[in-house]
Design a protein around this ligand. Structure first.
Ligand SMILES: Nc1ncnc2c1ncn2[C@@H]1O[C@H](COP(=O)(O)OP(=O)(O)OP(=O)(O)O)[C@@H](O)[C@H]1O
Ligand SMILES: [Mg+2]
Length: 250
């Protein structure tokens, strides 16, 4: 298990836009933490900073004490993560089984062993052999999400990152995926960090949540305490989420 420390992270772009203005946050080992915020507030930028896709403008990020800026330890740093991307990021030209085998092969294991591990992981996320030899376009969005999760856990990461895990799925499938993610995080005993604008996902998956607004974390706490936390933005976000959900149900 790993812990993640964001230390006064700032990120600006050449356009002059300052997206992150000093984000500080510690995600403890074994915790499931959610970062919530409106569209465009910088959630994906923060995730890309963590994954060293973007260089920080200031501040630092540590994973088990290893800095994202430490190029010599980059491999060791990156090895700790697996990410479930919003669009699943499965390879279209590979079968479901090959997709899951791909990551395991990078670890230097033999093909037969990769195949056995991939099958075991696919079964663990509820996919059976009827889909192993199909291509991503031939299975449903929910199944693709399961396959992407199998690929993410196959390399036995210490940290799982989930980017908008239920977007694009109908509410029932989204609920099933949320259940699967929660069970998987518990079973593997990993640290999990999820970014979403969906309060229901947060309430279901998180031990604790942080709310990102205008470049800063404006609140961190248990989702059950959001409603009356005393921060106007957070309380409005909570109320608006519930109004939208109520309307959807009617
Ligand atoms: N490579 C980039 N260059 C310049 N600006 C960028 C870049 N990537 C993101 N931004 C800007 O940073 C801001 C935050 O974007 P980001 O994608 O992090 O939002 P988000 O919170 O993930 O939103 P959503 O919930 O819609 O996914 C936006 O204004 C976006 O235009
Ligand atoms: Mg985003």
């Amino acid at each position: 298990m790993s812990n993640i420390v964001f230390d006064n992270v700032k990120k600006s772009f050449d356009s002059g836009l300052q997206v992150l203005k000093g984000v500080s946050l510690t995600v403890s080992k074994g915790e499931s933490h959610i970062i919530l915020g409106r569209s465009g507030c910088g959630k994906s930028v923060l995730l890309k900073c963590l994954l060293s896709i973007f260089e920080l403008s200031d501040g630092d990020i540590f994973v088990d004490g290893i800095s994202v800026r430490d190029k010599k330890r980059r491999h060791e740093y990156m090895r700790k993560f697996s990410i479930l991307f919003q669009g699943n990021a499965l390879f279209d030209s590979m079968t479901i089984l090959e997709n899951v085998m791909f990551g395991i092969k990078q670890l230097g294991k033999k093909t037969a062993e990769c195949k056995d591990i991939a099958k075991e992981k696919l079964e663990a996320v509820g996919l059976d052999k009827t889909v192993f030899d199909l291509y991503p376009a031939e299975i449903s969005g929910g199944m693709q999400k399961r396959a992407a999760l199998a690929r993410a856990i196959a390399i036995e990461p210490e940290i799982l990152l989930f980017d908008e895990p239920t977007s694009g799925l109908d509410p029932i499938t989204g609920g099933m995926i949320c259940n699967l993610l929660r069970d998987t995080v518990r079973k593997l005993n990993v640290t999990a960090l999820t970014i979403t604008h969906d309060l229901k996902v947060a309430e279901f998956l998180a031990d604790r949540a942080s709310v990102l607004n205008e470049g800063n974390i404006v609140w961190t706490g248990h989702t059950k305490d959001m409603k009356n936390c005393g921060n106007d933005f957070v309380e409005d976000f909570y109320r608006a989420s519930n109004v939208i959900l109520d309307k959807k149900l009617n």
